[in-house]
Design a protein around this ligand. Structure first.
Ligand SMILES: [Zn+2]
Length: 83
């Protein structure tokens, strides 16, 4: 649907669960991975999420999504502000 080659950090945060779930369209996945290759902040964010998922065990997508936008989103914003 989108032809925008640039994915920004906010979009990555919003879509990272789909990415981890292998639910992104190939184009979006490529955009996300391109952003990751270029953005240490998001690479770190993705690592944090993976750790969180591993620690939380088998969370349902909906639960995870909810937590992502609150807890991890806040952590991410804070981390970027203090760079
Ligand atoms: Zn980023």
């Amino acid at each position: 649907m989108t032809a925008d080659p640039q994915m920004d950090c906010r979009e990555l945060v919003e879509r990272v669960t789909e990415y981890l779930d292998d639910a992104l369209a190939p184009d979006d996945r490529a955009r996300l991975e391109r952003h990751l290759a270029d953005c240490p902040a998001c690479t770190r964010y993705l690592e944090q999420i993976r750790v969180t998922i591993a620690a939380a065990g088998a969370l349902r997508d909906t639960d995870l999504d909810e937590r992502m936008r609150t807890d991890l989103g806040a952590v991410f914003e804070r981390w970027r502000r203090t760079r």
